[in-house]
Design a protein around this ligand. Structure first.
Ligand SMILES: Nc1ncnc2c1ncn2[C@@H]1O[C@H](COP(=O)(O)OP(=O)(O)O)[C@@H](O)[C@H]1O
Ligand SMILES: [Mg+2]
Length: 261
C-alpha cells in the first residue's frame, strides 16, 4: 500500500460534555506508517479526539474511516479489532501484577489471530511477553518483576508493549513522555521510531515540542476543540518552535478554515 494512503480519516468529529464543546468539528488524517504529532493547550480536545478514535467515546457527530471504510465503534474492543490501540496517559497498568500479566491484560478478549490465553501456560506467557519486549528493544531485567518495582520509563514501555501485543496498526500515545527523566524520554522516543520502523502508524500527543520535532512526520495543532494547523514537520528546531508557538496561541490560525500546509 502506498505511504500516502490514509489509514485513519476522521471527518467533522463533534463531542460535547454537557455545556462543554470539547470537539467542534475536527477533521484528521493519519497516513500509513506516519508519525503524527498532536499538540495544543490544556483542554484543547486532544485526549477527547483520541478517545473517540480508540472507541472510548462515541462522537455526537462525524464519521471515521479506517483504510477507506466507514466504521462504527461502540467501545475500545471494536477499535482493537480494527487494529487501533491507545496508551492512556495514566497507563492503566496493574501495579501489583508482574510485567507478563500486564502485557496479557485484556488479551483474552481478542480471539481471532491470537492464541487463546487459556491454552497458554505461565511459561509460554513469559516467553511471549519477553519476545514482545525484545522486539521493541525494551530493557527490563525480568518479566516477573512487579510493575510497581519499575521506573516510570519502564512502565511506559510496558504499556506501549502491551499495545503492540494486539498486532495493532495504529498506536495512539497520550503524553508518553510526561513526568519522565531525560534518559527515559529518549528511550520512549526510540520506541516510537522502532514502532514506525516495524510498520506501525502512530499518533503521539505531547506538550514537549522537542519530542514532536524529533519523531513526527507531521504536526496537528488543536485549540478550543478545533484543529487550527496541520503541517509537515520541517525546518530547524528553532524555526519549528517559533511556528508552533504562534499556532498554539492563535497568532496565525484561521478558525473558520484550518490551514493545511
Ligand atoms: N469525561 C469528561 N467529562 C466532562 N468534560 C470533559 C471530559 N473529558 C474532557 N472534558 C472536557 O473537554 C475539554 C477537552 O478536554 P481534553 O480532551 O482532555 O483536552 P486536552 O487533552 O487537549 O487537554 C476540556 O474542557 C475538558 O474539561
Ligand atoms: Mg489530554
Amino acid at each position: 500500500m502506498p505511504e500516502t494512503t490514509a489509514v485513519v480519516e476522521m471527518r467533522n468529529i463533534k463531542k460535547n460534555f454537557a455545556a462543554v464543546q470539547a470537539l467542534r468539528g475536527v477533521d484528521l488524517v493519519l497516513r500509513h506508517n506516519e508519525v503524527l504529532g498532536l499538540m495544543g493547550d490544556n483542554a484543547a480536545g486532544k485526549s477527547t479526539l483520541m478517545k473517540v478514535l480508540s472507541g472510548a467515546y462515541i462522537p455526537d457527530e462525524g464519521e471515521i474511516l479506517i483504510e477507506g471504510k466507514k466504521v462504527h465503534m461502540a467501545d475500545p474492543l471494536d477499535a482493537r479489532r480494527l487494529g487501533i490501540e491507545m496508551v492512556y496517559q495514566d497507563l492503566a497498568l496493574a501495579n501489583n501484577l508482574d510485567v507478563t500479566s500486564n502485557v496479557f491484560l485484556g488479551r483474552e478478549t481478542v480471539s481471532a489471530q491470537l492464541i487463546p490465553i487459556g491454552v497458554l501456560d505461565s511459561r509460554s506467557m513469559e516467553q511471549e511477553s519477553k519476545r514482545l519486549l525484545d522486539r521493541l528493544k525494551i530493557d527490563i531485567p525480568s518479566v516477573r518483576l512487579l510493575v510497581e518495582r519499575l521506573s516510570g520509563g519502564q512502565r511506559q514501555a510496558v504499556a506501549i508493549a502491551r499495545a503492540t501485543a494486539f498486532n495493532s496498526k495504529v498506536i495512539i500515545m497520550d503524553e508518553p513522555t510526561a513526568a519522565l527523566s531525560v534518559a527515559a524520554i529518549s528511550k520512549v522516543l526510540d520506541l516510537v521510531r522502532e514502532l514506525k520502523a516495524q510498520g506501525a502508524s502512530i499518533i503521539i500527543i505531547s506538550h514537549r515540542l522537542e519530542d514532536i520535532y524529533s519523531v513526527s512526520d507531521r504536526l496537528v495543532v488543536m485549540r478550543q476543540g478545533r484543529k487550527v494547523r496541520d503541517c509537515p514537520v520541517t525546518g530547524d528546531i528553532d524555526e519549528f518552535r517559533e511556528r508552533v508557538v504562534a499556532y498554539m496561541i492563535g497568532a496565525r490560525d484561521d478558525f473558520a478554515n484550518a490551514v493545511v500546509d
